[in-house]
Design a protein around this ligand. Structure first.
Ligand SMILES: [Zn+2]
Ligand SMILES: [Zn+2]
Length: 269
């Protein structure tokens, strides 16, 4: 059993209304030993949206400290963040991390070329192939500008939002750029996360997909974390048993959790 969910959101994220106690209580009921909150911090998110994806760090740490105290001995609560990366916000991200001690940092791409692929505007005047390529290229540029994260989040997130629903995405079609993404993350000494939200969205896969996880391992990748990306209590540890079976079948032996940004490894299977 995977004993920790290392990608979860609460009301501190613009797209969640979940209270911290409701998430913690569900995690305890599921038998988890650790939960890491990783609320959204996306600096310079496009202003056209009503969502800001920026939280008040003081408030966040205050509530986290209170939760840690309240649930001491029942579950370990870790202070994480999902940092939405773009090359031009690297300085701001550095300042944040200089001032606050997070246990765990996920670096994620929610935007490419300053646009959100969730919105139709991202895909205007470009082919599906170009839209996908731009996203992967964006990850490479983000890591070059900033690498103070432990894992890169959902590296094939773009495939959720391909407007042409008949389009079949495969690792093989984008092998060169995906390999470059993986090599860039590995050369920075970082890992990737295995995000189970694809099961929840009915995509029938983790992010990244099995083919990409296989390739990551072939290229020397070992460091993985596992997270549901849950925005509600019922999403916690979503299909973790399915993900665990997949990881074991691909030859993975361990997944990591983090405290003070240092890894601890746990056996799979
Ligand atoms: Zn994300
Ligand atoms: Zn997330």
């Amino acid at each position: 059993m995977i004993i920790a969910d290392f990608h979860t959101h609460t009301h501190h994220s613009s797209d969640s209304v979940a209270s911290m106690p409701s998430m913690v209580q569900k995690a305890i009921a599921l038998g988890l030993q650790k939960i890491c909150f990783t609320d959204h911090m996306d600096y310079d998110y496009p202003k056209s949206s009503s969502l800001t994806f920026v939280f008040d760090t003081e408030e966040y740490f205050k509530e986290l400290d209170h939760m840690k105290e309240q649930y001491k001995g029942k579950i370990e609560i870790l202070r994480g963040i999902e940092l939405g990366l773009q090359p031009h916000v690297a300085d701001k991200c550095n300042r944040l991390l200089d001032n606050y001690n997070f246990d765990f940092i996920i670096g994620s791409s929610h935007l490419a070329l300053k646009k959100d692929p969730y919105n139709p505007g991202y895909w205007e005047n470009k082919t599906t192939e170009q839209g996908i390529f731009d996203y992967f290229e964006g990850i490479i540029k983000n890591v070059a500008a900033f690498n103070r994260f432990q894992v890169y989040g959902h590296i094939d997130y773009i495939i959720r939002y391909i407007p042409d629903k008949s389009y079949v995405f495969t690792y093989q079609k984008y092998a060169d750029i995906i390999d470059e993404v993986i090599r860039t993350i590995l050369s920075a000494g970082r890992g990737i996360e295995v995000n189970t939200s694809g099961y929840k969205y009915g995509l029938g896969q983790t992010h990244p997909s099995a083919d990409i996880l296989k390739r990551y391992k072939e290229l020397g990748g070992e460091l993985i974390t596992v997270g549901s990306d849950g925005h509600r209590p019922e999403h916690l540890a979503y299909d973790f048993d399915v993900a665990e079976q997949l990881l074991v079948s691909l030859g993975y032996k361990y997944y990591a959790t983090f405290k003070d940004q240092k890894p601890e490894f746990h056996k799979l299977g």
